[in-house]
Design a protein around this ligand. Structure first.
Ligand code: KIV
Length: 290
């Protein structure tokens, strides 16, 4: 049965019918991997708006308010210019639109790298402003002290290793990582360092498959793959990519729909009906009461 939403005018919150399940928790996500095995892989998608969250929520375990919103929503050239305020605004919208999934908000570039204290201040701001349950940050062993600092102070952290898009200016592009022995070893040791520091889950992005599998087997917390392996403990995609909103499809994306095509055809019909005065009809106009 599909979910419908009723606007509660006193809270401005759209309440779902039927009432969806209770919201999952970070410990429940962490506990999905037991003795190295995740029986049912974790489902994670990006969400940036309340309506998008409403549509995705019941199907997902985790909604990620990714800093990919820089490119997807704002048309920026990379995630580097994304600000804490952007993440806070979109994070709050996604929390308002969801009832079931754990909402994780990305820490944007420049908001956490300088010190664990800087990271705590930024992460606390995001959790207070949004009501989200956790943050995600990019980087491996070098970020482990920050992950420990936050986790020990009440802020659950999702790690992110392999291809880390915020480091595009150092990496020189978005190619897959882990092709050399040194890079492969670093990805696995980065994942282990984050796991030991207390990360509740780790995104493994754009990594050659055997290394994604080795990293997954090396850590006790769930790994979530994107361009990694079906043997990760879960998967994430940018929702707009998998829905077919963009012409450019990265190799690791499966396009499940052609929403761009649906929008193009629908808007063409609307434009044609406006120009021919076929819209609006009597059904869409107000007439004086008889
Ligand atoms: O920002 C994002 O959307 C992400 C995912 C692609 C993992 O970090």
């Amino acid at each position: 049965m599909s979910t419908t939403f009723q606007l509660d005018t006193s809270t401005s919150r759209a309440n779902p019918t039927p009432q969806v399940m209770k919201r999952l928790t970070v410990p429940a996500i962490r506990a999905r991997k037991k003795d190295g095995v995740t029986a049912t892989p974790l489902v994670m998608l990006t969400a940036y708006t309340a309506r998008q969250a409403q549509l995705l929520d019941a199907h997902c375990d985790i909604l990620l308010v990714g800093d990919s919103l820089g490119q997807v929503i704002y048309g920026l050239p990379s995630t580097v210019p994304v600000t804490l305020e952007m993440m806070a605004n979109h994070g709050a919208a996604v929390v308002r639109g969801s009832y079931h999934s754990v909402v994780v908000v990305d820490m944007p570039f420049g908001s956490y790298e300088a010190s664990p204290e800087q990271a705590f201040e930024s992460a606390a701001f995001l959790l207070k402003q949004t009501g989200a349950a956790a943050v995600k940050l990019e980087g491996g062993a070098v970020m482990a002290p920050t992950v420990a600092f936050l986790s020990q102070r009440g802020i659950p952290v999702m790690g992110h290793v392999g291809l880390t898009p915020q480091a595009v200016n150092v990496l020189g592009g978005y190619g897959a990582r882990g092709r050399s022995d040194a890079e492969a070893e670093k990805i696995v040791s980065d994942a282990k360092a984050l796991d030991e520091a207390g990360a509740f889950a780790i995104v493994i992005e754009g990594v050659v498959e055997p290394i994604a599998i080795a990293a997954t087997q090396a850590v006790t917390c769930p790994t979530i793959g994107i361009g990694a392996s079906a043997q990760c403990d879960g998967q994430v995609l940018v929702t707009e990519d998998m829905l077919g909103m963009f012409e450019r499809v990265p190799r690791f994306v499966k396009r499940y729909e052609d929403i761009a095509g649906v929008i193009d055809r629908t808007v063409a019909r609307y434009a044609e009906e406006v120009r021919s005065r076929a819209f609006p009809t009597e059904d869409q106009t107000y007439q004086p009461k008889a």
